[in-house]
Design a protein around this ligand. Sequence first.
Ligand code: HH2
Length: 273
Amino acid sequence: MKLRRWAGVEGSYPLVMGILNVTPDSFSDGGVHTDAVAAAFAMVAEGADIIDVGGESTRPGAEPVPVDVEISRVMSVLPALVKSGVVVSVDTRNAETMQVVLEAGARIINDVSALQHDPGAAGVVARAGCAVVLMHMRGDPLTMRGLALYDDVVTEVAAELRARAAWAVAEGIDPGCIALDPGIGFAKTAAGNIELLQRLDVLQALGFPLMVGVSRKGFIGGMSGEMVAAARVSGSIAAGLWAISQGASVLRVHDVRQTVQAVRVWRGLAQLS
Ligand code: HH2
């Protein structure tokens, strides 16, 4: 198998990362968690290896959130999770948020801008020595829709991710801490998303563990005809199992219980321990 382990994050690979959006406006689950801490513990009980807490929606067209608002949203749940030993990732582009959450015990920084948004971000991650996800995007959530212009999406995304990883290492980040993510739905057309998933081997060849986030995304609606994002569980699992068969090490998902069941069966069939 081509699976790669990542930055001391324990668990049975491929890992399942449960999404906890502490936001009013996320594309499929914004505002649904009346008790976000309880929702996180429920995902852990269902088998999530990591909880990814986000205080700012990055859906297409989303407006940025002031950093103090983002910090207060994330910190409303993080201490309780850390205290219980949960491996917490924080989905943020802001160095100030990164600093606060790492001091509070977060183990992973998941940055959809691959540490490009905030000039202070790489230094914070390098000094902490934490795990980091460098996701591919062009522009930002407000502008990305117009930037999905590629001659060859797979080659170009691979080249841009390679450059971002090399830059992060030059900034002092341990290569062993880095995972890469193709950024499904971020400055990609529906066809581009599909092509990237079909050619994950090209990204795998960059030599870093891969995270993939397909959960409930628009291309699954396009492929399946299911227009309600929260009803795309089966399609998300199909795409997730495809991704791990192509070597993805971490799946970022909303529907933890169903995904964990599918991954356990897949793992048994693939004879991974
Ligand atoms: N997708 C979203 C957000 N963060 N991080 C990584 N590494 N990979 C992804 O594919 C990814 C991500 C978008 O999904 P979601 O968090 O559900 O929505 P929103 O950004 O609207 O909160």
